[in-house]
Design a protein around this ligand. Structure first.
Ligand code: 16G
Ligand code: ZN
Length: 552
């Protein structure tokens, strides 16, 4: 058929790189940009099959997040705004590794398997949202994806240069009748702006504190500039955005190479180092700073403290604690009828600092279950709660509000007019649900939520920092011949195989005050990672080193 010819022709025009083996992993496909042409046309085709099989809009994002500029990648977004269903990852992998003249056949096999007829007449309003980041090769790759979509009769809706969470937002809201009008970049800004203003206006008026934002020379820079500009003057945070490309054509390559290089959330959180330009010491000592990652789905806060200007980090754990604290405070202000049977949880991984877990469970009296590392595991657990906060220490996280709980609040609101406290709490919770991204971690939404909460509760950074003191910790990794030889428990806190390794870890941990340690195979690199915690940093370093030796 002519569609088959179009597919084969496009695949032949953009062959795989020699010797390349592609794999759709936790973060989609991610490789050096120059080997990705074949992947993009084929993922474009598959995204349309996904749209047809779900009879809904889906999304395709071009980015390699916190990787260096030479890399790029692609992720598919499901109709609910979440990540592509895991059962489809192997379809993506098969299609991308097929010989050029077999692409049409593999596509046909996938369609047969899931019962999709590419030739059937399709509803005219279904499309694939295509978004891309600021990497210099992203527009071209996005165009290849669109060609792939069109080659199989699909429709691509190019939304342009966006953060990953904006793309997730567009897909999710486009599939919800009550939100469809917000399914655009402007709609995203409108939604966040409205919710943020509601939260700030219920707070006691106080001047917005100075905030310095490190945009990592990524897409968060231009997108956050536009978001800030769209906010009302009276509520706009006093934020200064740094590490944004100037847009001068002559400097394009030089600035492209600065992406994620000594800047951004990954750099700050993993290395505990300040990024370039943020803050400018000594003038900005103590000033509130935050860093996005390259596609703005992660954020961490920090400031320079003390004589030595050491880095005082507010990581994902601390943001999760701030959210959980504030949500619990609102819950306490609601009448029992609204909170009975409502479950709040704060989901973490084994990397969460022990002090944060203790704060959540003992002080706030909230469940803090732990899952395997990886956003999808946290997300799946969070939906089991009416309000499910989740965060990885690296700064990726969000708060999911159950539909039923939100309806309960909406229905109750008009009847609470005589109870000012309860009605403010309902308004606050409803605004939080609108502000915080319901599909994925979102640096810009999390920034506004943190700022709104600190303002609403007249909280200083000292107050927030004082929730708990992180136990000193250390992360190490080592290359091993076969990382799959190590098998762990579901939450990765214990090694099941080889059993002798867990015995060794247990006896090491027992020698340290407040000691905790684990070893797990990395999901993204050929390495085993080790994490250790203890009462002093020297002890944490030593424990981590000894556990690493036990792994060998
Ligand atoms: C991936 C995960 C991230 C996790 C990291 C751990 C997603 C979107 N990303 O980047 O959440 O922290 O892997 O890597 O799930 P590791 O297994 O190498 O330690
Ligand atoms: Zn990212």
């Amino acid at each position: 058929s002519s569609m088959k010819e179009a597919v084969t022709k496009l695949a032949a025009a953009h062959p795989r790189a020699q010797g390349a083996v592609y794999r759709y992993g936790t973060a989609g496909f991610r490789e050096a940009a120059e080997v990705l042409d074949a992947v993009f046309v084929r993922v474009g085709m598959l995204s349309w099959v996904r749209a047809l099989s779900t009879r809904a809009n889906v999304g395709l994002m071009v980015t390699a997040s916190h990787n260096p500029h030479r890399d790029n990648g692609v992720k598919l977004v499901d109709p609910d705004g979440g990540m592509l269903s895991q059962s489809w990852e192997s379809f993506a992998t098969d299609l991308c590794n097929a010989q050029e003249d077999k692409v049409a056949d593999v596509l046909e096999r996938i369609c047969n398997e899931i019962g999709v007829d590419l030739a059937a007449k399709t509803p005219s309003d279904i499309h694939v949202f295509v978004g891309w980041d600021t990497r210099t090769h992203s527009p071209r790759l996005a165009d290849l994806a669109a060609q792939g979509i069109e080659s199989v009769g699909g429709a691509a809706e190019r939304i342009g240069v966006v953060t990953t969470p904006i793309l997730h937002h567009c897909v999710r809201s486009s599939n919800m009748p009550e939100e469809a009008e917000l399914a655009s970049v402007e709609g995203y800004r409108t939604k966040l702006g409205r919710a943020f203003a509601t939260l700030v206006r219920t707070a006691k008026p106080s001047p917005a504190p100075q905030l310095v934002v490190d945009a990592a020379f990524g897409v968060g820079g231009p997108c956050f500039e536009a978001l800030l500009a769209s906010l009302d003057n009276e509520v706009r945070p006093k934020a200064e955005i740094r590490n944004v490309p100037t847009g001068e054509a002559a400097k394009a390559q030089e600035e492209a190479d600065k992406l994620n290089n000594g800047v951004g959330a990954e750099h700050v959180q993993k290395k505990l180092l300040f990024p370039e330009q943020v803050p400018n010491l000594p003038d900005e000592r103590g000033v509130r700073c935050c860093s996005f990652d390259g596609d703005a789905d992660r954020i961490v806060y920090y400031r320079a403290m003390g004589e030595s200007d050491s880095l005082n980090l507010f990581d994902g754990d601390k943001i999760a604690c701030l959210y959980t604290y504030f949500i619990q405070m609102q819950m306490a202000a609601l009448p029992d009828a609204l909170t009975s049977g409502v479950k709040v949880g704060c989901i973490q991984t084994a990397y969460a600092n022990g002090a944060s877990t203790e704060y959540i469970t003992k002080k706030l009296k909230v469940d803090a279950p732990r899952t395997k590392t990886g956003v999808k595991h946290l997300h799946h657990k969070a939906v089991e709660y009416d309000v499910g906060v989740y965060f990885e220490a690296n700064g990726h996280g969000t708060v999911l509000f159950g539909r039923e709980f939100i309806s309960r609040l909406r229905e109750a609101a008009p009847g609470l007019e005589d109870d000012a406290t309860a009605s403010a709490a309902v308004e606050t919770l409803l605004a939080l649900e609108q502000l915080i991204n319901q599909a994925t971690g979102d640096a810009m939404a999390d920034l506004l939520a943190v700022e709104a909460i600190l303002r609403a509760d007249s909280m200083s950074l000292d107050d927030w920092d004082g929730f708990y003191t992180d136990l000193p910790s250390r992360q190490l990794k080592c290359q091993v011949a076969d990382r799959t030889a190590i098998k762990t428990s579901d939450d990765e806190s214990r090694v099941l195989e080889p059993a002798s390794l867990q015995d060794a870890i247990d006896s090491l941990v027992a020698q340290y005050k407040s000691g905790r340690a684990f070893a797990r195979p990395s999901g993204t690199e050929d390495a085993v990672r080790v994490y250790a915690e203890a009462d002093t940093s020297a002890a944490a370093d030593e424990l981590a080193t000894k556990v690493l030796q036990a792994v060998f």
